[in-house]
Design a protein around this ligand. Structure first.
Ligand code: SF4
Ligand code: SF4
Length: 298
């Protein structure tokens, strides 16, 4: 079983649309949507939820009004401004759960033991069926953090499904950027596919992503989406990537059919036979050939 994580230095590169086509071409992979802050792969893959679970990424404080003496110790000690003082209420103190960082200091020092400190529910994660195979996906609550933990959980679940069902690939739709959720989606993966676009910001973000990948020493491939909107920058990007040891997986041309496929909620390779679909198929074949050649050689 091989895990392929698809990432991009920023949002809006067409990563998720491309992932949908790879999922269709991979013949029953396990799909893991690790873009938990803005998950949208489900819009194309139309998963049917089989199991839903709460996700707890940390703890949160809660004042028990009956026990609180109103001493104000928690208000003094909270460094995050998460204890709210309102003299018009009884008790005068309450917790703002969005600001609470779950450090537990208030609970520890409350003289009345009036603050419970328990795991908070920060989101949900799901195991679903799609017409392409199993899918693990998640939804983080509004203004919730700890998406790195949720990404790690989604990946773990996807891997165990692939192992127990004997499936060859886990395809991960990774989050954009280079922050904690991206690190959680690439660390220890078998391959990374970087999706970029030929713009100056795309080239800049790609450099940051390549630094990250090099740091973790993960075999990486590059795909330039809409390469023909600026062939000169595409050329520069390709050279930079090759020089940094990133293998070239392919160029995908610009085609309005990609947007039309999204509207129809279909992967591009199922929606059209246009050349853009051949670009995607060629890219998948290149990836598989490279992966197989490495597997045979190892
Ligand atoms: S420290 Fe405890 S008793 Fe004092 S105000 Fe806070 S919750 Fe109430
Ligand atoms: S757990 Fe920490 S952050 Fe949350 S209210 Fe208590 S002291 Fe503030």
């Amino acid at each position: 079983m091989k895990e392929i994580t698809v990432i991009s230095g920023k949002g809006g590169t067409g990563k998720t649309s491309l992932v949908a086509s790879l999922v269709s071409l991979a013949h029953k992979p396990v799909v893991a949507d690790c873009d938990v802050d803005a998950a949208d792969l489900h819009l194309v893959l139309d998963p049917k939820v089989k199991k839903a679970h709460d996700f707890s990424g940390g703890k949160s404080a809660e004042i028990e009004p009956d026990k609180c003496s109103g001493c104000g110790k928690c208000f003094e000690l909270c460094r995050f401004g998460a204890v709210i003082k309102d003299e018009s209420n009884r008790p005068a103190y309450s917790i703002d759960h969005i600001s609470c960082e779950g450090c537990g200091v208030c609970s520890y020092f409350c003289p009345e033991k009036a603050i419970v400190f328990e795991p908070s529910v920060n989101g949900q994660w799901y195991i679903s069926d799609t017409r392409y195979g199993p899918m693990v996906h998640a939804k983080l609550g509004i203004a919730e953090e700890n998406s790195g933990k949720l990404v790690a959980l989604v990946r773990d679940q996807a891997k165990s499904i692939a192992e127990s069902e004997g499936l060859s690939y886990v395809i991960i739709d990774g989050p954009p950027g280079i922050g904690c959720p991206v690190i959680a989606s690439v660390s220890g993966t078998d391959y990374v596919l970087i999706v970029t676009e030929p713009t100056l910001s795309g080239a800049h973000d790609l450099e940051r992503v390549m630094e990250l990948i090099n740091y973790f020493k993960i075999p990486a491939f590059l795909c330039i989406n809409k390469y023909d909107i600026n062939p000169a920058i595409s050329e520069v990007i390709e050279k930079k990537a090759r020089a940094a040891g990133v293998k070239f997986a392919g160029r995908i041309r610009y085609d309005r059919a990609v947007t039309e496929a999204q509207i129809k909620k279909l992967p591009v390779v199922e929606f059209t036979d246009a050349p853009v679909a051949s670009d995607l198929k060629n890219m998948w074949n290149t990836l598989v050939e490279e992966i197989n050649s490495v597997t045979k050689g190892s």
